[in-house]
Design a protein around this ligand. Structure first.
Ligand SMILES: C=C(OP(=O)(O)O)C(=O)O
Ligand SMILES: [Mg+2]
Length: 572
């Protein structure tokens, strides 16, 4: 009998393959007194040798599939396993204290980890602490006779099953083999879900029990359109989903026809459909999917993909590549939005109880200005290669915007003074993702050239409901009248000042929200590239006048359900 797991549809498409469990096995053990230390040391060395062999293979595979840089981390792990100092200490502990290898290994490595982690001003050492933790797990797995998952070794088509996927896990997945994924936790706007759309991998997140209900090697169908994972499907189900996959391919081919067309409503109103990207390589997907602009370049991915703060030159190259790749179409680069769930191993941040409400994004940039200034210089230098716009994330107050803009102007003036060519039409705008800012949009519109509404955060902060927590996902209501009112306030305020408003949160590509956004007068819709053509096809059928009527009524509704019913009625 098959089992159907329901979750959140995170990335369109249907895929069938065997399950690959990206789940950490149980590595717990008991501390034991042993009789024969030599035997125990022998066990330790066998486990270390097996770990080394495994790491060699993983390193080679990672090099082949993911590139030199991704493989470096495994080299670092091998170096740790050859460290005579650490191994010597483990042996001494076994000999002196007559404890089992597991316990000696863990005690010694824990000491090293605490020592390195205490060096809070040394990012390199902090990163080594993470490496030692990983290596310890590997050796322990061999001592305990269990298998650790190694995603870099995947060399056949699989569906990844995980409790959660961090952005860096997702970045390590090889698209040739990873056909889909399903996770226990996460929401449509968690970063793993966003990455799955960029990579065009069908995905279901927040299924709650995938790691319990699915076992290694089970056949799994991922229906990323409806948010379902079918475990051990029957022959009939396999056939049914093969047909659905075919239908989806036909539908996609139809949308493809619109690739080079403008985005125009049935009554002739033009809007911009743009793509969200994370790296310059994503520009190809944006163009392939008919993007008219890049509405959000999440520049922090450049930082997350590196092992140290990316230099001004490295960033310059990345921005230049994106600008050139878009051939004169606008590219809105958001200055780095580190913090919250986006961490950098080499930039230690304080431990906070509420990182999403903490030291992040523009707050960090205004505090650690050298990081911010470096990025701004790189952007300014790249500006002559295309049509650049810049926006600041997480602006809450007028003062923050003024401060950030002043730093931008200082860096611009300094470069011009030095004779560096800089475009003089760079628009400087801001993300609208904090309710406080949305409420004073009229004030901010006097300073910002444009707004881009970050609904992923705006909704979580307005509803006080974590965007990645499936337990409160019922509160995550993009089309709740409260959110629509904030959106209206922002759009109206910008238009009063002759400015424009875009939206780069996932709501911009949500088919139940688009009719409302059209009615509210949103100018630019920035979404995962794979949603663009579908949205263009949809917009062609809608009339702005009618959508205005819809929006007016929706603003006066009591509940999201009422709004949704109205949308259905108006888009029939
Ligand atoms: C686009 C947004 O930014 P991110 O998802 O990167 O937080 C948002 O908050 O809506
Ligand atoms: Mg955000």
């Amino acid at each position: 009998m098959s089992k159907v797991l329901k979750g959140i549809a995170a990335s369109d498409g249907i895929a069938t393959a065997e399950a690959y469990m990206l789940v950490e096995p149980d590595l717990s053990f008991d501390k034991k007194t042993i009789e024969n230390p030599d035997e125990e040391i022998q066990r330790l060395h066998s486990a270390i040798d097996a770990s080394k062999k495994e790491l060699e293979t993983i390193k080679e595979k990672a090099k082949e599939n993911l590139g030199e840089e991704e493989a470096e981390v495994f080299e670092a792990h091998l170096t740790i396993l050859s460290d005579p100092e650490m191994i010597g200490q483990i042996e001494t502990k076994i000999n002196d204290e007559k404890v089992n290898a597991e316990s000696a290994l863990k005690d010694v490595t824990d000491t090293f980890i605490s020592m390195f982690e205490a060096m809070t001003d040394n990012a390199y050492m902090q990163e080594r602490a993470g490496d030692i933790r990983d290596v310890t797990k590997r050796v322990l797995s061999h001592l305990l006779g269990v298998t650790l998952p190694s995603p870099a070794l995947i060399d056949k088509e699989v569906i990844i099953v995980a409790h959660d996927l961090t952005p860096s896990d997702t970045a390590q997945l090889d698209r040739r083999y990873v056909k889909g994924f399903v996770t226990d936790i996460g929401g449509r706007t968690s970063h793993s879900a966003i990455m799955s759309r960029t990579l065009e991998i069908p995905a279901v997140v927040g299924s709650e029990s995938a790691t319990e209900d699915i076992h290694e090697g089970d056949q799994v169908i991922i229906d990323g359109i409806h948010g379902e994972a079918i475990v051990k499907p029957s022959a009939d189900e396999v056939r049914e989903y093969e047909q659905k996959a075919k239908d989806f391919a036909v539908q996609k081919a139809e949308w493809e026809q619109l690739k080079n067309e403008k985005s125009v409503t049935a009554d002739g109103k033009e809007v911009i459909l743009a793509a969200n990207i994370g790296t310059p390589q994503d520009v190809e997907g944006a163009n392939d999917n008919g993007a008219e602009a890049v509405g959000l370049f999440r520049s922090e991915f450049l930082y997350m993909d590196a092992s140290e703060l990316p230099s001004e030159d490295d960033q310059f190259e990345a921005y230049k590549e994106a600008l050139e790749g878009m051939n004169g179409k606008q590219v809105v680069v958001r200055t780095m939005d580190i913090g919250g769930d986006k961490k950098l191993p080499y930039l230690p941040l304080p431990d906070e109880q509420n990182p999403f409400l903490g030291y992040r994004a523009i707050r960090l940039c205004l505090d650690q200005q050298e990081i911010f200034r470096t990025q701004l210089r790189a952007l300014l230098r790249a500006s002559k290669y295309g049509k650049l716009a810049i926006m600041f994330p997480m602006i809450a107050t007028v003062q923050e915007f003024k401060d950030a803009k002043a730093i931008f102007e200082e860096e611009k003036a300094a470069l011009v003074e030095k004779g560096v060519e800089v475009a003089d039409d760079i628009q400087v705008g801001m993300m609208m993702e904090i309710p406080a800012a949305a409420m004073i949009a009229d004030k901010l519109a006097k300073y910002a050239d444009f707004f881009s509404i970050g609904t992923n955060d705006l909704i979580q902060y307005s509803m006080a409901a974590d965007r990645g927590n499936e337990r409160v996902s019922y509160l995550y209501q993009p089309t709740n009248p409260s959110i629509l009112r904030l959106v209206k306030n922002i759009i109206d305020a910008s238009h009063k000042e002759g400015k424009w408003t875009g939206m780069c949160g996932e709501m911009a590509g949500d088919q139940t929200a688009v009719p409302l956004l059209l009615g509210l007068g949103l100018d630019e819709y920035s979404m995962s590239a794979t949603s663009i053509l579908k949205t263009r096809s949809f917009i062609k059928k809608l009339s702005t006048e009618k959508m205005k009527e819809l929006a007016d009524k929706a603003l006066d509704c009591e509940t999201e359900a009422e709004v949704q019913a109205l949308v259905k009625e108006y888009t029939k």
